[in-house]
Design a binder for this molecule. Structure first.
Ligand SMILES: [Zn+2]
Length: 432
């Protein structure tokens, strides 16, 4: 029996009953194919959906992980930052503390320095006083042996205790160095002191200062000249130092001197006195005399130089001393206000002026019977003065064959002056 295909409406002999429907073979194959395609598509769609779902989940997971990681990182950074901040605070606090400490330390140092300086000044003053006392004692003999004359004699000044007299005029006493030198010398002006500027930039561990300089001029042959220097150790440690000193005359020849002390140790923040003494030879050339002095640490260091002070430079002028020369034949008698005077003429060949003392005298007359005349008052003489007239109050007139001078005084540089000389004014009649 013939059957009709439900799909293509065609009658067929052989067909298939599939799913409750009749299909010819051709349609059956097609239906089967269509079903397979459909199933495959559905499966594919299903797979695709699952794939998408999986992808989504993966993405979500990754995102979450990233977020967690980021959060973790940010906390670490925060902790690090906090730690760093804490460290910085600690450091700043420490710095501040150190600064405060340094400030306090410097304040203490400053105070200590001030105290030391005061102590040093006290000590220096004490030492100066002691020195002055010493000097006074040293020169006592000057006063004891000095001749007192004129007004003082009349008033009985000799009866005065010597010591008392010495204390009244301590400064004048310092200047006298031989009997008969006037006590009331003017205070001699001291020269200015220079310092070399070589080491100005260096911190001065050692300072050299001048306590007593030289007068503005000195005379050839002047003795007992002295300079007092003060060496100060500014460092906290004791230093051993050498005093380096040179004295040159105007021809660059060295003048010998004695330095006391030549070397010594100075405690930290302390000071020491150095005295330089020298005599000038009689034949020293005139002109500028230069004294240089420097303190140097007596130590050898690896890597740095030993400390040294600035150089002290003192200059003074050397002059020829007062030197009177009698003009032969100038002796004559004169009368002034009823007084008889013996008048003599001299010339000063020295560059320095000076003063003759009242007790300077001249003896005149014939050999064997001389009359003595005292000058009686001070006589001032200028440097290189050509005409120096000296008037001696005389007891009586007589023929002058011989003159015998005995002059005392001091030149303007403080060098004592003494002239003892006999001059034959006129030949005795027997000697012709
Ligand atoms: Zn069919």
């Amino acid at each position: 029996m013939a059957r009709r295909c439900d799909r293509c409406r065609v009658e067929y002999e052989t067909g298939v009953d599939y799913g409750g429907k009749d299909y010819c073979m051709t349609c059956y194959v097609r239906v089967k194919q269509e079903e397979e395609i459909k199933i495959r598509k559905e499966r594919e769609a299903q797979e695709k959906r699952e794939m998408l779902k999986e992808k989504y989940i993966r993405e979500q997971l990754e995102k979450e992980m990233r977020e967690r990681e980021a959060a973790r990182k940010s906390t670490i950074l925060g902790e690090q930052e906090a730690a760093y901040r804490r460290q910085l605070e600690r450091y700043q606090h420490e710095q501040h503390r150190k600064e405060e400490e340094e400030k306090r330390r410097q304040e203490i140092m400053h105070e200590r320095m001030l105290q030391e300086m005061q102590l040093f000044q006290q000590r220096a003053q004490q030492k100066r006083q002691e020195e002055e006392e010493e000097e006074k004692k040293k020169h006592d003999w000057d006063v004891k042996t000095s001749v007192v004359y004129g007004e003082e004699k009349k008033e009985g000044a000799l009866k005065k205790p010597r010591r008392q007299f010495a204390e009244e005029v301590p400064f004048q006493l310092k200047k006298t160095s031989m009997p008969g030198v006037p006590l009331n010398l003017p205070e001699r002006e001291e020269v200015e002191v220079r310092y070399s500027s070589d080491f100005e930039e260096l911190p001065a561990e050692i300072l050299l200062d001048v306590r007593k300089s030289l007068p503005v001029s000195l005379s050839c042959g002047q003795k007992k000249n002295s300079v007092i220097l003060v060496g100060k150790n500014n460092s906290p440690n004791a230093l051993t130092v050498d005093l380096r000193c040179q004295i040159y005359d105007s021809k660059q020849k060295e003048v010998p001197f004695k330095a006391e002390p030549e070397h010594c140790a100075i405690a930290g923040g302390s000071a020491a006195d150095f005295t330089i003494r020298f005599d000038l030879p009689d034949e020293i050339p005139t002109g500028v005399l230069t004294l240089t002095a420097q303190l140097k640490e007596n130590a050898v260091y690896v890597g740095r130089e030993a400390a040294k002070s600035k150089e002290v430079v003192i200059t003074t002028k050397i002059k020829t001393p007062l030197s009177l020369e009698y003009k032969k034949g100038s002796a004559c008698f004169a009368e002034e206000e009823g007084k008889l005077l013996l008048q003599l003429e001299f010339s000063n060949r020295g560059e320095s002026g000076g003063t003759l003392n009242e007790n300077s005298s001249v003896s005149y007359g014939k050999a064997g019977s001389l009359e003595k005349a005292l000058l009686g008052q001070k006589a001032k003489i200028k440097g290189r003065q050509r005409k120096v007239i000296l008037k001696f109050p005389a007891q009586k007139k007589c023929e002058i064959e011989v003159l015998s001078f005995e002059f005392f005084g001091v030149d303007s540089n403080g060098k004592p002056y003494r002239m003892v000389k006999n001059v034959k004014e006129r030949q005795a009649p027997g000697e012709i």
